[in-house]
Design a protein around this ligand. Structure first.
Ligand code: NDP
Length: 511
């Protein structure tokens, strides 16, 4: 295949790249500051190759100061002990400010991550809804009462904020993933230290600006810029941190669990996936093919929810793959600043090389590339892109069927019976999400019950709502985000047993 077969969007002048790079500084105890040693690092746009942000590079001094500020703010009660109504009113203001600043934040999100501008706008605007939902939880948060313990007893179960929370986020959806965690931690009454990925920290810093403008007290949210070592590492081991919530790779998630165990911190993990969509012969194939195309190319496949493998009934496999290949040719790849673009750039050259190596390995293992399979150059752009890639003839034991590629690469497996389809879907160390396509409700319900996944979609893919909780089974993570369970993660539970009257029989028999 040549690139002529693809829909390419060349460099555009539609939206300008700012003349000056965005200045990224730490937020510690309510003050913006650089690093004590003056160190910085830079981010170049993965699509355009131009400098877009220059950031302070934090070390142990900044991390310790941020944790101390969060601890002191928590212990002071300035946020943890105010009413739910007061917390909610600040959070609702944040939601309004996010909506006001969608354009400004979406531009930086696109320039740092390489994702299409329309998707950055959707990510930022959608995050406002997460803040509004979490604000509603701040007001309705309550424990339990037990009025059936006997005439002389009353029990109440209180829910309290867990304390200081370390929030560590990746580069693929920096603003959305932050908003899956931060407003829920704040609704619970926690204080936070945040470390965004060093590649995409601008919109987290912009969030810090909005929090201050909304009236959040100093020290409640602190931001430290830098790398996993030493910043992220200290955030997972420091004795003054009560909980770590992390989204990223399974390997780093495991190392965080191990590091946090020395102080027995609570750890919530949102990790990778190898998410299957199963297509039965009675499915609406047109709809299913469109959803598969969306599921694999959204965010260039750099998405924990990427539907990177499909399991298709063998009677329709040839026809279905032909449909997906045809649709893949029509997906617009190219300059993420052009509103027509649906698929943008790969985050780094190293990651592009990793994607390519996975495809080469699949070919060496005997799979056949039906579309793409190579590095793509886009006219006028100095960045990294990868062709939309469909790989058929994949067998379950191949690496391409089991490992997360995190790129625009679809693996196709086939099945004969429903039992075989479910066994293949569950044959993975991951368990984040799964999908089924059939016009038979019984087929869908059976699959939904038996799939080992935190989310199951039937006749759709990647629909999400603040009300619906999200998280992974098996090595896709632990704990849950958003929805009411997303709030519970940041709460401690305390029992208070109360005696009514002086009815307690003495334990000591007086002699
Ligand atoms: P990582 O898991 O390496 O990093 C995620 C975050 O954790 C970053 O902020 C990173 O900092 C930080 N971090 C790294 N090491 C440590 C540590 N020891 N302690 C605490 N924090 C740490 O993801 P990458 O960004 O490097 O991506 C690598 C792979 O991870 C991808 O190819 C993909 O497979 C997967 N991934 C999965 C995601 C998901 O949504 N499930 C999201 C992103 C990636 P820094 O990078 O700044 O050093």
């Amino acid at each position: 295949m040549t690139t002529h077969d693809l829909t390419l969007i060349a460099a555009t002048d539609a939206i300008g790249i700012p003349a000056e790079p965005f200045r990224v500084r730490h937020l510690i105890g309510g003050a913006w500051q650089g690093s004590a040693n003056g160190e910085t690092f830079e981010r170049h746009s993965p699509a355009h190759g131009v400098l877009v942000s220059r950031s302070a590079k934090g070390g142990e001094a900044e991390t310790n100061a941020a944790i101390a500020a969060a601890r002191s703010a928590f212990d002071s009660g300035v946020w943890s002990r105010i009413s739910g109504k007061q917390r909610a009113s600040v959070m609702l203001r944040v939601a309004d400010l996010i909506e006001r600043d969608v354009e400004r934040m979406a531009l930086l999100e696109t320039l740092e991550s390489g994702k299409p501008i329309t998707q950055s706008r959707g990510e930022v605007a959608g995050a406002a809804d997460l803040w509004r939902y979490a604000a509603s939880l701040a007001r309705t948060l309550h424990g339990d009462s037990h009025n059936t313990l006997g005439e002389d007893m009353l029990g109440v179960v209180l829910k309290e904020p867990i304390g200081v929370v370390s929030i560590i986020t990746p580069w693929n959806f920096p603003f959305w993933i932050l908003s899956q965690k931060l407003p829920f931690a704040l609704a619970a009454g926690c204080t936070c230290v945040i470390k965004p990925s060093e590649m995409t920290s601008a919109t987290t810093v912009m969030m810090g600006e909005l929090l201050i403008e909304a009236g959040l007290p100093a020290g409640v949210v602190n931001i430290v810029l830098g790398y996993g070592q030493p910043v992220g590492s200290l955030m997972t081991t420091h004795p003054d941190v009560d909980m770590v919530t992390f989204t990223g790779s399974t390997a780093v998630g495991k190392s965080i669990t191990a590091a946090a165990s020395a102080t027995l911190k609570k750890v919530a993990l949102e990790l990778g996936g190898k998410n299957p969509q199963v297509i039965f012969p009675d499915a609406d194939l047109e709809n299913a093919a469109d959803a598969v195309t969306f599921g694999v190319y959204f965010n260039v496949g750099q998405c924990c929810n990427s539907s990177s493998r499909i399991i298709v009934h063998e009677d329709i496999a040839d026809d279905f793959v032909a449909r997906v290949v045809e649709l893949s040719r029509q997906v617009a790849f190219g300059d993420p600043l052009d509103p027509e673009t649906q698929v943008g750039a790969i985050v780094t050259p190293e990651h592009q090389a990793k994607i390519d190596a996975c495809v080469r390995q699949a070919v060496a293992d005997g799979a056949n590339v039906r579309l793409g399979g190579g590095i793509l150059s886009v006219p006028g752009l100095d960045g990294q892109f990868y062709e939309p890639t469909v790989i058929a003839g994949v067998r379950p034991e191949m690496a391409i069927a089991r490992e997360e590629v995190f790129g625009p690469v679809l693996s196709v497996l086939t099945f004969r019976t429903a039992d075989e389809a479910i066994a293949l879907a569950n044959d993975a160390s991951y368990g984040l999400s799964a999908g089924v396509w059939s016009e038979n409700i019984h087929t869908c319900l059976d699959f939904a019950r038996r799939a080992q996944a935190g989310t199951v979609w039937t006749n759709t893919w990647m629909d999400g709502f603040p009300e619906l909780t999200f998280g992974g089974m098996k090595q896709s993570g632990q704990g849950r985000e958003i929805g009411p369970y997303g709030l519970d993660e940041f709460l401690e539970v305390k029992t208070v047993a109360m005696r009514i009257g002086r009815t307690r029989a003495p334990w000591v028999r007086k002699r």
